[in-house]
Design a protein around this ligand. Structure first.
Ligand SMILES: Cc1cc2nc3c(=O)[nH]c(=O)nc-3n(C[C@H](O)[C@H](O)[C@H](O)COP(=O)(O)OP(=O)(O)OC[C@H]3O[C@@H](n4cnc5c(N)ncnc54)[C@H](O)[C@@H]3O)c2cc1C
Length: 479
């Protein structure tokens, strides 16, 4: 049975960030992920904002780790070539009550240490974002950023693997036993032992805790739905436009994405578990009036996709970052609601600090890898394009026409340290299939390339997680 000094359960952004930092040390680090790819929980479906940090209540872990996390995220994205764009955020006020809330958020922001934050009046708001509803009374302005959350997670996990960590996919933890200071972790993909465990299982963190008899938290699950609009709407705004938050969260936002689309969402409603991530027609359409109240000119006829994500909301509403009450070498990184994406690297460092308090010794490795290069063909200039095609003609074969993704990029993604086995895995790594036709044109080609490069039958390729097969029966080549 494979033994790890530290085994991380769950490879969302929290688990990936923890693996990234731990793997810089002389330790054996393992990750077990229940899905057939990383980042398939809350990390896959969110607003992708690196929040400025004015929203969390001062004095909470959420507040401190949000501020620390976005600084670390900036460095990580630069080093690991992750798509990230800086742009201001605005919290719009349409009533005097909203305006009071804007002032409260401003005070919180100052207390939390958010730089560059200020309150704008009507004219200043419209100057900052001419597309917002002119009825706006004012807004809170704060510097913020958007990121590709999935690529961010992948970049950290890949770098961890390059530094010696092992990511075991399709290994859903089903039981944990503890004997003489060693954990035996039973998973659907085999068993592992470990001296320390990190519980980064997102919506399922309470189930992992319960496996060691720890019933100290039972989070609620809150779902949020979004519209994704075509790139023709992507430049509709050049700021992240929020509404004033309420007890359900930060409200419906309108924001560009790092891929050049526009998203409108989320709403917020309680669901029974982390798996309830489908959109619901009866409620989804209610996002439209909210989005249009902020930015009246949004053209929802340009919608190309809809999605929903679920985050766990802890009962006391702060992140749960502490050793298990039942088993002190199991560290919970749980209840990671928003701003979990923003805070992730700081959450990881906080968790590692606790591991050390519990006896883990860190000795830094020499020659750690802390860089990553990715060719994004469409972002190159003509000269650079010619050079990469000369080097490898497969960069001259366009597979996804909507997003201009080449065969060279798809093959590179397949041969990276964490191997995708599904069409969605390629979509997340390369953006093939995220565009206007939503993979209608390229998915059969991606399917074929995946099977060829992995040396498996096309029957074995799935759309998403294990079991979501696309083809059954015999395949024949037709010319
Ligand atoms: C609608 C919405 C909008 C959001 N917007 C933002 C935002 O704009 N900015 C921001 O900062 N944050 C945002 N968040 C919050 C952010 O997405 C989360 O805080 C973050 O992604 C949590 O990451 P995680 O790794 O802790 O959990 P997850 O991403 O859920 O990862 C947990 C992983 O554990 C795995 N797992 C679960 N059970 C097991 C098991 N038994 N065995 C093995 N593996 C297991 C899962 O498969 C999953 O991959 C948003 C969240 C939602 C839902």
């Amino acid at each position: 049975m494979k033994h790890y000094d530290v085994l991380i359960i769950g490879c969302g952004v929290t688990g990936a960030a923890t693996a990234y930092y731990l793997s810089k040390n002389q330790l054996s680090v393992g990750v077990v992920e229940g899905c057939n790819d990383i980042g398939c929980g809350a990390t896959k479906a969110n607003s992708a904002i690196l929040h400025a940090g004015y929203d969390p209540e001062p004095g909470t872990l959420c507040a401190r780790l949000n501020i620390e996390g976005i600084k670390l995220a900036k460095e990580i994205c630069e080093k690991l070539s992750v798509l990230r764009r800086e742009l201001p955020s605005l919290v719009l006020a349409f009533t005097e009550k909203d305006m009071e809330l804007v002032h409260k958020l401003y005070e919180q922001g100052i207390e939390n240490g958010v730089p560059g934050i200020r309150v704008l009046n009507n004219a200043e708001t419209l100057e900052a974002e001419p597309m917002v509803n002119p009825e706006v009374l004012g807004a809170l302005y704060a510097p913020s950023a958007i990121v590709d959350p999935w690529e961010y997670t992948c970049a950290m996990a890949e770098t961890a693997v390059r530094n010696g960590a092992e990511v075991n996919l399709s290994c859903k933890v089903t039981a944990i036993e503890e004997k003489d200071g060693v954990y035996t972790v039973r998973t659907t993909g085999g068993d592992f032992t470990a001296s320390y465990l990190v519980n980064a299982a997102g919506s399922y963190a309470s189930e992992i805790a319960a496996m060691v008899g720890d019933h100290s938290f039972t989070p609620l699950h809150r779902c949020g739905q979004y519209y994704v609009l075509d790139k023709s709407e992507g430049a509709r705004v050049n700021t992240v436009v929020f509404r004033c938050p309420d007890e359900n969260g930060k409200g419906v936002l309108v924001s560009p994405t790092t891929h050049g689309n526009l998203i409108v969402g989320p709403d917020a409603y309680i669901v029974k578990d982390g798996k309830t991530v489908g959109t619901v027609a009866e409620t989804l359409h209610k996002l439209k009036p909210s989005g249009k109240k902020s930015v009246p000119s949004i053209d929802f006829s340009k919608t190309i996709h809809e999605y929903a994500g679920v985050r766990p909301i802890a009962e006391d509403s702060d992140f749960i970052i502490r050793p298990s009450e039942q088993s002190a070498h199991l560290i919970h990184l749980a209840g990671i609601k928003s701003p979990g994406l923003s805070a992730a690297p700081a959450i990881a460092l906080e968790g590692i600090k606790i591991l050390c308090e519990q006896g883990l010794t860190l000795t830094p490795k020499e020659n750690v890898i802390d860089e990553r290069k990715v060719i994004r063909f469409k972002r190159l200039n003509e000269e650079e394009k010619a050079a990469v095609v000369k080097e490898n003609p497969l960069y001259g074969q366009i597979v996804c026409r909507c997003e201009t993704v080449t065969e060279g990029e798809i093959i590179d993604a397949i041969h990276r340290p964490i191997v995708p086995r599904s069409i969605d895995g390629i979509k997340r790594r390369t953006s093939a299939g995220i565009g206007r036709c939503q993979g209608g044109f390229c998915s059969t080609r991606v399917h074929e390339i995946l099977a060829r490069e992995l040396g498996v039958s096309p029957l074995d390729i799935t759309l998403g997680d294990d079991g979501s097969y696309i083809l059954t029966g015999e395949t024949k080549e037709v010319r």
